[in-house]
Design a protein around this ligand. Structure first.
Ligand code: ADP
Length: 498
């Protein structure tokens, strides 16, 4: 194999699309990124235009090729990673979407989800899919499009429609409509996929009125999905890796042994632990999901999502106006040695895992005459770590084991005070890797393994390097009393808006 080949990783996220070229050492050789427009037709509704997603994705591909000087003929293969759960339905003959993509954040099917719970479907759905009934997942979004677009149910019955998450949509477009497929991690977030048999589940498809003919073929994360010549008409490039964004990050962090866990500190926090070859069904309101499939081996995961993490720092900037930039939160918090007794529950849109309390609201408590704005900033940073600690406790309890290290990524993982405090209350080392683009890197790894660019996981696992390591420095008594106080604060903020 030539030495000058690259893997092209396409990362289609909620707010932007990226294209990154990685070389054989896992280093970045070029990157382009552009935002995509958010569409908010009504309160609680969030949509993207699938054709915009496609055109922005192509534009960043062209940009990274032209700015890096890497030729299309030097791209060994393509990997795709994507915002998960977001749903597109299109006509298989014309390729035209029936409706905008309904984004994972969209809550329009919340009352239908309540109905499903009232009808007693929760246990069956949790057992089969590992998920809790929620409008977050794709099934009720597809149900809504079929019910609300004129003629959609008839077209579906005739076999004229395709369902897809964003990976499937991009793959369809890249292959000129020749391939209708997804990978197993994206399938596991639809609430239509049985994570034990690893097949679309007929009982669930019937429940939502979705014919099997609409569903994409489910492949592993690392094999040939199809090929494209749209980047350069004279060059055919295989697509050989696909995974949902959080699973790709877990792989990019090389959390390849059971018990290894990563947390992404973005707008929210997404923590996933590798649980090995068997699904662990949570007793603590976490989700069981598929981490990846390579060859015939399925690796499962346990996941907890926190809705407001970096977003509380944005609120300090835009809502309260006490910092000029997110990064400034660190220097402001460093003006004080501790939170001065102030606790901040950032339930700005309810609480996610492990509380799932949509009626909790934000609260700052413990303010006295000595309180400075820097205490409040520090309390906001600490609130991110407390929430991660709650998810970690739920994971340890589900697994009956203590975790030994947390790998981190995402925008807020740049904050040293946050990662030090995280280590203090978790009482384990917290590590920031050298490459923070772990989502794109994970997709590149799946693609490179799928096309033979890299020979085995062993070959790439030594590429992961830590850039900074934070070790616990607080006494156990102090850590415990802070966490106890946090739980008291959570109790006072819960169900406030009910
Ligand atoms: P997403 O992928 O969810 O858009 P990113 O991973 O890009 O998020 O992270 C952006 C989030 O991280 C923002 O909410 C921002 O407030 C927060 N953030 C960025 N830098 C810092 C920092 N130095 N300290 C704390 N929070 C930060």
């Amino acid at each position: 194999m030539k030495g000058d080949e690259y893997i092209l990783s396409l990362d289609q996220g909620t707010t932007s699309s990226r294209a990154i070229l990685f070389d054989r050492s896992g280093s970045i050789a070029g990157m382009a990124q552009r935002e995509i427009a958010q569409i908010y037709p009504r309160p609680g509704w969030v949509e993207h235009d699938p054709l915009v997603i496609w055109s922005v994705q192509m534009s960043v591909i062209i940009e990274v090729i032209s700015t890096s000087g890497v030729k299309a003929s030097s791209i060994a293969s393509i990997g795709i990673t994507n915002q998960r759960e977001t749903t597109v339905i299109w006509d298989r003959h014309s390729g035209k979407p029936l409706y905008n993509a309904i984004v994972w954040q969209d809550r329009r099917t919340a009352s239908f989800c309540d109905e499903l719970k009232e009808k007693g479907h929760e246990a069956m759905i949790k057992e089969k899919t590992g998920l809790l009934i929620d409008s977050y997942f794709s099934a009720t979004k597809a149900w809504w499009i079929l019910n609300n677009v004129e003629g959609a149910r008839e077209a579906a019955a005739k076999g004229d429609l395709c369902f897809g998450t964003i990976d499937t949509w991009l793959l369809w477009k890249l292959t000129n409509g020749r391939v209708h497929a997804t990978d197993i991690t994206n399938a596991s977030r639809t609430m239509l996929f049985n994570i034990h048999t690893c097949e679309w589940d007929m009982e669930l498809l019937d429940l939502f009125g979705i014919p099997l003919s609409m569903m994409p073929e489910v492949k592993s994360c690392s094999e040939k999905f199809g090929e494209t010549n749209l980047i350069d008409l004279k060059t055919t490039i295989p697509v050989s890796g696909v995974a949902g964004d959080q699973q790709a990050a877990l792989f990019g962090q090389m959390c390849i042994e059971p018990g290894m866990v990563k947390n992404t500190y973005g707008t929210g926090c997404f923590m996933i632990m590798n649980t090995g070859s068997k699904p662990v069904l949570s007793r603590n309101n976490l989700l069981s999901t598929i981490s990846w499939k390579i060859g015939n081996n399925v690796t499962y995961g346990l996941e907890g999502s926190v809705f407001i993490a970096g977003a509380v720092i944005q609120w300090l900037r835009d809502g309260l106006g006490v910092i000029g930039s997110s990064a400034e939160s660190e220097s402001v918090a460093a003006q004080v040695n501790d939170n001065g007794g102030v606790f901040f529950v950032p339930a700005l849109s309810g609480l996610g895992a492990p509380y799932w309390d949509p009626y909790a609201r934000g609260m700052i408590i413990g303010i006295t005459r000595d309180t400075k704005y820097s205490h409040i900033v520090r309390a906001a940073i600490e609130s991110i770590a407390f929430q991660v600690n709650d998810v970690m406790e739920a994971m340890s309890s589900d697994l009956g084991m203590e975790l030994t290290e947390l790998r981190t990524d995402g925008g807020a993982a740049a904050n040293n005070i946050l990662l030090q405090f995280q280590s203090d209350i978790l009482k384990i080392p917290v590590v920031r890797p050298a490459i923070l683009q772990t989502t794109s890197l994970g997709a590149a790894y799946f693609a490179g393994l799928g096309s033979g660019y890299w020979g085995s996981v062993d070959e790439i696992k030594s590429q992961w390097r830590s850039a900074a390591r934070f070790n616990p420095s607080m006494t156990s008594e102090n850590a415990k009393s802070m966490v106890d106080r946090w739980h008291e604060a959570i109790g006072r903020a819960s169900e406030w808006a009910k």
